[in-house]
Design a protein around this ligand. Structure first.
Ligand SMILES: Nc1ncnc2c1ncn2[C@@H]1O[C@H](COP(=O)(O)OP(=O)(O)OP(=O)(O)O)[C@@H](O)[C@H]1O
Ligand SMILES: [Mg+2]
Length: 426
């Protein structure tokens, strides 16, 4: 199934859900579901339409059973389901039409199995056990998994917090350790350091794209992008600082679209001002890495950006990454920072000036130049988390679902800060 992938969602996904049209079938299904250790409440009365409605607003289950009995055009409706169902979900269809052609067509459209009504407990048990095995098996041969694209934007809550360091490092990791074809789009058009970090000339690719959005197609990006390694291509600019950015942002959206076709990962180095000027840039972004420092100003702007994201890009999954963390001498402590932003910091990257200088000297990304230091290992965890393959975030470290608006008590934070001046910051 091919709806936008929701990061780290493996942990939030229900193991099973069913939408079945009639009570008789539900009566057979429920005991089998309980036997397999799932909740019988996940067997809902309804058909394909209810499944589509429900999955368009919630995470997809690992295994989905859906009744086609009330569908006039099952194949067409299954395609609509595919639009809202996340990759990896194993779908079992149930119906009353005994037609081998329909069965074949359904399997061809990515359905795992088709069960004919009336359902029997044995048939359900067998199909669900098989579906479980398929769900847990490696997805290397799954054409849907191969097509999956993740788009990640890195935004700094303040200048200089290390968002470009993170964007280039993550792009490097995805392209090398994870062997994913990766596009790095550096939208800091005048002052970007993406190419510099990789010891490359930025070229004119991004400038040309901005000037001529209508020319952007597969061939254009192939020519305009600079290759950093077999799997990593970068599009950036070092636009003259006497020429202001003249664009309505359509070039960027077009580029994102082309990247989605040509790569498995898009990594956008997204300066804060671009977020304000071109909010639609986030329309198809799956993950937003908010890079921050442990300062009062960063806490304030983390709150503001999180709140903005909630209203303008609620579909995107924010990950808070504190960078340059130095225990003992931070402007505000981790606890105060988290209290003020009303959620946990997901990852903390230690300050390591030597490692940063080493990367600059070698003309390599931070993680490439410093393979075994602690900061790089945290950046690697961030990458794993984005790919949804990490359990790094313990359940109680998950962001709290509270309102971000209005509760930032700057004064109390300052008071604490002063009190703590004599004590160590953490
Ligand atoms: N964990 C770290 N420890 C020490 N230095 C770091 C760390 N992370 C980044 N730096 C350094 O901080 C400086 C700023 O980093 P970077 O350019 O990535 O920030 P930025 O948020 O992209 O800045 P800008 O707002 O200019 O875009 C760089 O010199 C970089 O090497
Ligand atoms: Mg930058």
């Amino acid at each position: 199934m091919n709806a936008p992938w929701k990061p780290g969602s493996a942990g939030n996904r229900d193991p099973f859900a069913a939408f079945i049209c009639d009570e008789a079938a539900l009566d057979v299904l429920r005991p089998v579901v309980i036997e397999l250790g799932w909740q019988s409440e996940k067997c809902a009365k309804g058909g394909l339409r209810n499944a589509i409605q429900s999955l368009s607003v919630a995470a997809s289950p690992n295994i989905l059973m859906v009744d086609l009995s009330e569908s006039g055009d099952p194949l067409n409706d299954i395609n609509a389901l595919a639009e809202v169902c996340e990759p990896g979900t194993v779908v079992i269809a149930v119906g009353q039409v005994n037609d081998v052609r329909l069965y074949r067509d359904l399997l061809g459209s990515g359905i795992h199995d088709y069960l004919l009504k009336p359902l029997s407990a044995g048939q359900l048990r067998e199909s669900l056990t098989q579906a479980q095995a398929v769900f847990s098996s490696p997805k290397a041969n799954d054409p849907n998994a191969a097509k999956r694209h993740i788009s990640t934007a890195v935004v700094g809550t303040r200048g200089g917090v290390g968002s470009s360091t993170l964007a280039t490092s993550l792009a490097w990791l995805f392209s090398t350790d994870h062997k994913m074809p990766t596009a790095l789009l550096d939208l800091d058009v005048h002052f970007g350091t993406g190419a510099l970090a990789l010891d490359l000339e930025p070229g004119r690719g991004l400038t040309d794209a901005i000037d001529n959005p209508s020319r952007i197609d597969g061939l254009f990006i192939e020519r305009a992008m600079i290759r950093a390694n077999d799997n990593l291509a970068i599009l950036s600019a070092e636009a003259p600082i006497n020429s202001p950015l003249m664009t309505d942002g359509s070039a960027f959206v077009q580029l994102e679209e082309e990247f989605r076709q040509a790569f498995e990962m898009t990594m956008i180095d997204l300066p804060r001002n671009m977020l304000i000027n071109f909010p639609h840039l986030l329309a198809d972004v799956n993950v937003i890495v908010l890079a921050t420092e442990m300062t009062l100003a960063s806490a304030r702007d983390t709150i503001r950006i999180l709140s903005w994201l909630k209203s303008n890009a609620a579909h995107a999954h924010p990950v808070i990454v504190a960078n340059k963390v130095q225990s003992g001498i931070m402007e505000i402590s981790k606890a105060d920072f988290e209290a003020s932003i009303e959620r946990k910091i997901d990852f903390s990257i230690p300050y390591d000036a030597k490692a940063a200088a080493n990367a600059a000297k070698l003309g390599q990304t931070f993680v490439d130049a410093n393979r075994s230091n602690k900061s790089s290992s945290v950046i690697r965890q961030v990458g794993d988390y984005i790919l949804g393959s990490s359990d790094e975030l313990a359940e109680d470290d998950k962001p709290e679902k509270k309102s971000l608006l209005g509760n930032f008590d700057l004064k109390s934070l300052l008071a604490k800060k002063q009190k703590k001046a004599s004590v160590s910051a953490e």
